[in-house]
Design a protein around this ligand. Structure first.
Ligand code: AHR
Length: 579
């Protein structure tokens, strides 16, 4: 049955409970991307250069830069993750086993849950205790569903609650990041959720409840988001109003440091509160929010949440060159937006004389097309990611690396059956998407230090989507690199390079400045058709290439090599360094 088109923007604008929507300006010019001191070369159109500067560190890259977001929305939780213990679908305690196995490989640092907009209508107490006794509630997203849909997408039956979410995190090795209801619940509810999660065994009633739910020892949850999109579905608040709410919620948070980490450095074990940041490019929000903070009474948040959706009127599959490049331009525009958010935070923090930085948390990002899912009408906002979305991911990852000094966490929206999914499911059917493979390709960056990388190439021109007489352009290459040390002192460098040309290969010369490459290996994500995607019937259409040895030429300097990049491709090179 065809799924009626669902417009996320329109829903968020018109939903009774939701009075706002996220929108980004359509055209903002990117700041110059070429760092001073490295000259941009005049190169033939299909050639590109990548200069890696291993001694110019930006910041460590952690699993938190590759986090996940799962919401009680459409088919994300029910079907995507939770199949139930009695299901014939292989599961671990009710959680889909294949997803756990595949997600664990990516070593995500955090998973954000339960929303999104859903979080601000959620009572966490509905999701604890014996599952058969848990209540059923109307889901926040129910009015966006076609009438024919019943079941948990509409009537949330709370089979997946805090214990189940924690189990998922444990199985994949990620930290939980809980989004607190700050619109329709109270600061006491928040404090009690912290108590349920973190109070030591046998101490409080809620600690005993957790034990009755099968988990005697505390979860030690550190990341707590105070509301979601407070300017929109989180209450349509002005920054000053949200600051008051944040102040109330954060004035007293029960603190149960893990025994093993009793504080020398209290900051290292304190809960990390994440405040709702501005919509789109409303940089003034940040200043106004921070200005209300009174340093003597309030802890400034650990981080400020921002969201970035690339809304696109295009269809998921049937795009032309304009559609391809218009989407791939978005990360370049976002680089500018990110820098401006960072500057706004910095100014705001200095203005209240706060001694520690407040970091940026991009806890929702992804493209939003006119939904083309796999046909299950309950899977709201489901899209089938193509190679275009894999490249969108790699361009975003490069940006995360370049700005890791101000951006400490990102969580993709959303991991399964929704927007920028890594997985698609339908009952027993399951596939990984091209986005999954982009995450897999970048996984070896985790644990390294991002180093300055300057990529240069001619820009690629294309006709504007709406007005073919207008010519636009995007950067002809994106790249990033991380340096990793090893016990023997030599270490290795991971480089990733994206060729965004829809139909042209490129010759790439990569130079690792000041080091010697002993050996290397190359892995690629490419497909002859940029529209290529995986389906249940053909789950291997898009997948990583075999890893091959890097060919090093004796005639080029010892830190340099040349590769051919297929059209619309992402290439990872891991170079073991000589001593
Ligand atoms: O990811 C879907 C929705 O988009 C989230 O619930 C909300 O935070 C955002 O507007």
């Amino acid at each position: 049955m065809p799924v009626p088109p669902f417009d996320r923007r329109r829903f968020l604008q018109t939903s009774a409970a939701t009075l706002g929507a996220l929108a980004l300006p359509s055209a903002m010019s990117a700041l110059p991307r070429f760092a001073s001191g490295v000259r941009r070369r005049n190169v033939p159109s299909t050639d590109l250069w990548v200069d890696v500067l291993p001694h110019e560190s930006i910041a460590p890259i952690t699993g938190n830069h590759y986090g996940h977001f799962i919401e009680h929305l459409g088919g994300v939780i029910y079907d995507g993750i939770w199949v139930g213990e009695r299901s014939k679908i292989p599961n671990i305690g009710g959680i889909r086993k294949s997803l756990v196995d595949d997600l664990r490989v990516l070593t995500p640092g955090v998973i954000r849950w339960p929303g999104g907009c859903f979080a601000d209508s959620y009572d966490w107490k509905d999701g604890i205790g014996p599952r058969p006794k848990r209540p059923s509630r109307l889901n926040y997203w129910s009015s966006a569903l076609p009438n024919s849909v019943t079941g948990p997408a509409r009537y949330e039956d709370n089979q997946f609650g805090t214990p189940e979410f924690m189990q998922l995190c444990k199985m994949v090795g990620a930290q939980p990041y809980l989004a607190v209801n700050a619109r329709s619940a109270t600061a006491l509810d928040f404090a009690q959720w912290v108590e349920y999660c973190n109070a030591p065994r046998g101490t409080t009633t809620l600690a005993k409840q957790r034990e009755a739910d099968g988990v005697p020892e505390p979860y030690n949850v550190r990341y707590w988001g105070i509301g979601n999109e407070p300017w929109g579905c989180g209450g349509r608040l002005r920054p000053e109003e949200y600051a008051e709410e944040y102040r109330r919620f954060s004035a007293w948070v029960p603190w149960f440091p893990p025994k093993s980490e009793l504080p020398r450095d209290q900051e290292a074990v304190m809960p990390r509160l994440i405040a709702g940041g501005p919509e789109g490019t409303d940089y003034e929000w940040t200043q106004k929010f921070l200005a209300v903070m009174d340093r003597s009474h309030v802890r400034l948040p650990y981080g400020l949440s921002i969201h970035d959706y690339f809304d696109h009127d295009d269809d998921v599959f049937s795009f032309n060159a304009s559609g391809w490049y218009t989407m791939l331009l978005q990360p370049q525009l976002f680089a500018d937006i990110l820098q401006r958010h960072a500057a706004a935070v910095d100014q705001g923090v200095k203005a209240v004389n706060w001694p520690r930085p407040v970091t940026l948390i991009l806890d929702e990002w992804g493209p939003c097309y006119h939904s083309t899912g796999l046909g299950d009408p309950s899977h709201l906002l489901e899209q089938v990611p193509t190679m275009r979305d894999a490249l969108l991911s790699s361009l975003m990852f490069d940006l995360f690396h370049a700005h890791a000094d101000v951006l400490s966490m990102t969580t993709v929206a959303q991991s399964v059956n929704c927007l920028q999914s890594l997985f698609l499911t339908s009952g027993e059917k399951y596939t990984k998407t091209p986005v999954y493979h982009a995450f897999a390709l970048y996984q070896p960056h985790i644990g390294g230090t991002s180093v300055r990388t300057v990529a240069s190439s001619d820009r690629i021109s294309y006709a504007d989507e709406k007005d073919p007489h207008v010519t636009r352009a995007i950067d002809g290459v994106s790249a990033s690199a991380t340096r990793h040390t090893s016990a023997d002192g030599a270490g290795h460098i991971v480089v990733t390079v994206t060729n965004p040309r829809m139909d042209q290969p490129a010759s790439a010369t990569v130079s690792l400045r000041g080091v010697t490459i002993a050996s290397g290996e190359v892995t690629q994500l490419a497909h002859g058709d940029p529209h290529a995607h995986n389906t249940f019937e053909a789950p291997e259409t898009v997948r990583l290439s075999e890893t091959k040895p890097l060919a090093l030429s004796s005639s080029t300097p010892s830190g340099m090599f040349t590769l051919t990049l297929p059209p619309a491709s992402i290439t990872r090179i891991i170079c073991k360094l000589g001593r």
